[in-house]
Ligand binder design. Structure first.
Ligand code: GDP
Ligand code: MG
Length: 436
């Protein structure tokens, strides 16, 4: 689960928890939504069960019910699974980069090949050439040529000759014309068949593509899983392209395929026009598959309010002077997680100088942590009681010097003063929120 949510859940004690009973209806609803979206039955079942097991016992935000919260968890998890290893296309060290396109007949290979050529040319300034390696039907070659003409991209074709030869010669052609990308459009059959698979595998072997993409029609729903699996076993592709997402389909194939072959989805194709191509956005896809956007945004809103409440609590602590070394330590941990400190300092109005004077940098964290860890709870709450004896004990325990402890106390007091001096929480409040 998103660690942010995770933390939030743990902090809000005493509220409703997610239980088998209070999310039973939601689990059914979500499973139905997934099935409606054409997610493979087994995948849908396993996916919801996994998340249910992990979500069990989680605390629920005050403003929502357990079912709603569970829906949000499912959404986040779905997004994570879909986008886990989001990667772009590989590029060859020495051009040309070779991209092999494979998939069933009618899945949208030829259309996608042209779309990709257009995309790489326009968005990435590349100079592609298309290879007409679907050699069985003259119409297929003409289709590619027509599409290529419309985007002003050259096509390598030698008519109905050997597909492997077409692919190899297209690569040589690219080299001699100094074109940096070869996109090889191949033949598909209606169903997975040995001859077709062998041909694609032979092409792959012959040209050693940098990227092999499996094209799948998202309308094929349940069948998509088997096709994706079989293609993967033969050609071990690098990524998946989902086509025809402009139709009614909710795209459940994305989750099924991801689950079965563990390959990233790289593009989605959303129409017959050549500009109807987009990189894959996991968040959009999970929204589409789940179709429960309202609930998701409701929980997000509750989450945000919860964050604000947390920040207010911190503010209250500062105001009432109960901000102690324990809190200080926690804040340091949060700050550390955020990376570059100098950036952070810049975000606090007027505080840049104060923090620099306090000399907080990454290196100074280590002794600070050691010192605070060597203190008793009482000392952390009330550093005023730190006399010479106590300081010597702490210095010994933390491997520091008494002067380090004095510095820390000074730093802590400065920070406290600085925090107190902010009237409203303003940017600091946001900063604290970001720290979680
Ligand atoms: P191939 O046999 O795999 O090369 O598939 P084609 O590229 O020839 O596409 C088959 C049909 O699907 C053609 O009529 C395309 O215009 C159409 N097509 C391809 N991609 C999309 C898409 O994303 N959306 C829609 N609506 N149609 C598409
Ligand atoms: Mg084709």
């Amino acid at each position: 689960l998103s660690s942010k949510l995770d933390q939030a859940f743990q902090k809000l004690k005493g509220e409703a928890k997610i239980t088998d009973v209070n999310i039973a209806e939601t689990v059914r609803e979500i499973r139905r939504a997934l099935l409606d979206a054409d997610v493979n039955f087994e995948v849908a079942k396993q996916f919801t069960n996994d998340i249910k097991d992990r979500a069990m016992g989680e605390d629920v935000l005050t403003a929502v019910n357990p079912g709603q919260q569970f829906t949000k968890i499912v959404h986040d998890e779905l997004t994570k699974i879909l986008g886990q290893d989001r990667v772009g296309l590989s590029v060859a060290d020495t051009p040309p980069t070779v991209i092999l396109i494979a998939g069933l007949q009618g899945s949208g290979k030829t259309t996608f090949s042209a779309k990709l050529a257009r995309y790489l040319k326009q968005e990435n300034n590349r100079s592609p050439i298309l290879a007409a390696a679907d050699v069985y039907r003259p119409a297929a070659i003409n289709q590619l040529k027509t599409l290529a003409d419309s985007i002003d991209v050259p096509v390598y074709s030698i008519g109905q000759k050997d597909a492997v030869r077409v692919a190899k010669e297209a690569v040589s052609m690219a080299k001699s014309l100094a074109l940096d990308t070869v996109i090889i459009d191949t033949a598909g059959r209606m169903h997975v068949d040995k001859k077709m698979m062998k041909e694609v595998a032979d092409i792959k072997e012959a040209v050693q593509p940098n990227e092999t993409l499996f094209i799948v029609d998202s309308m094929t729903g349940q069948d998509a899983v088997n096709t994706a699996k079989e293609f993967n076993e033969t050609i071990n592709y690098d990524g998946v392209v989902l086509t025809k997402l402009d139709g009614d389909t909710r795209g459940g194939a994305a989750l099924s395929i991801k689950n079965v072959v563990q390959k990233p989805i790289k593009f989605v194709s959303t129409g017959e026009k050549l500009d109807a191509l987009s990189p894959f956005y996991p968040e959009r896809m999970s929204q589409r598959i789940l179709g429960m956007g309202d609930v998701v945004s409701l929980v997000e809103k509750a989450q945000k309010e919860f964050d604000e409440k947390e920040a207010q609590e911190l503010q209250k602590k500062i105001k009432s002077d109960s901000f102690d070394l324990e809190d200080f330590y926690e804040q340091l941990q949060q700050v550390k997680k955020m990376g570059d400190l100098s950036d952070l300092v810049g975000m606090i109005p007027g505080a840049g100088q104060a923090l620099q004077d306090a000399d907080i940098d990454d290196e100074s964290f280590k002794p600070i942590e050691a010192i605070i860890c060597s203190m008793t709870p009482e000392e952390k709450q009330n550093p005023d009681i730190l006399n010479a004896t106590r300081k010597r004990r702490i210095a010994k325990g933390s491997g520091t010097r008494v002067s380090d402890i004095n510095d820390l106390i000074k730093q802590f007091e400065q920070m406290k003063k600085m925090m107190k001096s902010f009237s409203g929480m303003g940017k600091m409040g946001k900063l604290m929120q970001g720290m979680k």
